[in-house]
Design a protein around this ligand. Structure first.
Ligand SMILES: Nc1ncnc2c1ncn2[C@@H]1O[C@H](COP(=O)(O)OP(=O)(O)OP(=O)(O)O)[C@@H](O)[C@H]1O
Length: 269
């Protein structure tokens, strides 16, 4: 028998998600089955519209599946819960709160003692190199700094699972790489399970233990592959490039289907 430590941390079982539409419904997900072990870094990869965010939101509990089931940290997902922290592309910070207060917010809601909250905030400010910015407001920060605060805010809650929806999509290339490296450092230190949405093939190969390539409408698992390259990975290395070519082909096929679908819909309208 397996101990709970060996049980998959996230289980997605026969999940469908159908959005009703005027005239035509959208099958965003069809029969998704995934078992994600504790501590694995998984990227969901695919072109726009293939259901990556829909799947992430289903695991988060924001939008439940039309059919099938999801368990996370051993519990059925029936809504958002403390085991699953979410980082969005749009930083989702409170603009009227300082950096430190944004990080402290969730802990205050939980009613933690003030001294514990202060200690956690100090630790996270240091971990994400935000010490100098603790009294600043989000509007006075760069996009990269805001995203550091968003990550710190989720880490404050100590969720074993981090769900990340294109968190670095709006950042310039250098800031993005910098935050990818920070995330890898934090992940290896804190041993979180991460489900990370991206449409960047390079980002997926740079970060993930495992890449799930999704198909466009209906969203299904097209390829589920393990990335067996040592970290930190070198995007110029031949093995990295070989994988990039292989995944590029898969993603392009789905992009083409997306394109054809748009032409078909435009012709009907
Ligand atoms: N609330 C909704 N109502 C109707 N259709 C929706 C809704 N949310 C998503 N969809 C549709 O479901 C499909 C999957 O969308 P989803 O946002 O999950 O894709 P994605 O892969 O995350 O794309 P992107 O990278 O553009 O965010 C799309 O065709 C989208 O139009």
């Amino acid at each position: 028998m397996r101990s709970s430590g060996d049980a998959p941390h996230i289980v997605v079982s026969h999940v469908d998600k159908v959005f009703p539409g005027a005239g035509r419904e959208v099958v965003a997900l069809r029969d998704i089955n995934l078992e994600i072990p504790r501590g694995q870094f998984v990227c969901l990869l695919g072109p726009s519209g293939c259901g990556k965010s829909t799947l992430l939101n289903a695991v988060a509990g924001f939008a439940l599946p039309s059919a099938g089931s999801i368990t996370a940290d051993g519990q059925p997902v029936t809504g958002p819960g403390p085991a699953r922290g979410m980082v969005f592309q749009e930083y989702a910070l409170f603009p009227w709160m300082t950096v430190a207060d944004n990080i402290a917010f969730g802990l205050e809601i939980k009613g933690q003692p003030k001294a514990d909250i202060a200690a956690t905030v100090d630790r996270l400010l240091a971990m994400l190199s935000l010490g100098e910015f603790r009294h600043r407001y989000p509007k006075d920060l760069s996009g990269g700094m805001r995203q550091r605060v968003a990550i710190a805010r989720v880490l404050a809650l100590d969720s074993p699972i981090m769900l990340m929806d294109e968190p670095f999509g709006a950042l310039d290339a250098l800031t993005r790489r910098n935050l990818q490296d920070e995330l890898l450092r934090i992940w290896s230190e804190l041993k979180k399970t991460i489900l990370f949405v991206t449409h960047s093939i390079e980002e997926a190969i740079y970060l993930a233990d495992r890449i799930i390539v999704m198909t466009y409408r209906p969203g299904t698992v097209k390829r589920d592959l393990l990335v067996d390259l040592p970290r930190l990975r070198d995007p110029a290395a031949p093995e990295f490039n070989a994988l990039k070519r292989e995944l590029g082909q898969l993603v392009m096929e789905e992009q083409q289907r997306h394109h054809n679908d748009e032409i078909r819909v435009a012709a009907i309208d």
